[in-house]
Design a protein around this ligand. Structure first.
Ligand code: HEC
Length: 146
């Protein structure tokens, strides 16, 4: 009797644990492909708030030649996998989105506009633009993962 009830509760507990861990990691996780639903939500936010500077599909602003660029003017980098957005963990990208860049107000803090869930959705969208190598090598391990 005892053994029988134990064997029937174990799979249930394992099932709950799996469901919880899936819910926590659902949006995106550093080094893993993003959740497609989160990426879809993030795409809407990106189109509304980010595309004007970071460009269609995260391609970034065209570079401005040093000779005509005003001192202290930063162009918006690409957020697809052509520059170094993928060298950052999901959490680091979310932090830049919520806190802005310390170097320029051109990249403002969005924390009064977005929750951190929204920011993770945007990161999921950005990651949907990356190839497998950038996804697998994302974050601090990019140096040793070529
Ligand atoms: C008005 C222009 C502008 C808008 C709008 C804007 N950004 Fe930026 N963003 C920038 C600039 C300029 C930088 C570079 C800052 C620096 O070099 O310190 C930047 C940097 C970033 C970075 C760091 C990239 C890296 O490789 O380190 C991320 C992530 C980012 N932006 C995400 C976003 C998201 C998401 C949105 C929309 C919610 C957004 N930005 C809206 C101008 C903008």
């Amino acid at each position: 009797m005892r053994i029988a009830s134990k064997t029937s509760t174990l799979p249930a507990i394992a099932g709950i644990a799996l469901a919880v861990s899936f819910a926590v990691g659902a949006r995106a996780e550093t080094g893993k492909p993003p959740d497609p639903e989160a990426a879809k939500r993030g795409a809407g936010l990106y189109a509304r708030y980010c595309v004007s500077c970071h460009g269609d599909k995260g391609r970034g602003e065209p570079p401005i030649p040093g000779s005509i660029r005003l001192p202290g003017f930063f162009t918006a980098p690409a957020l697809d996998d052509s520059q170094h957005a993928w060298h950052h963990s999901d959490e680091a990208l979310v932090r830049v989105i919520l806190e802005g860049s310390p170097r320029t107000d051109r990249m403002p803090a969005w924390k009064n506009v977005f929750t951190s869930e929204d920011a993770f959705d945007i990161v999921a969208y950005l990651k949907s633009l990356w190839g497998n190598r950038a996804l697998e090598c994302q974050g601090p391990k990019h140096m040793s993962c070529m």
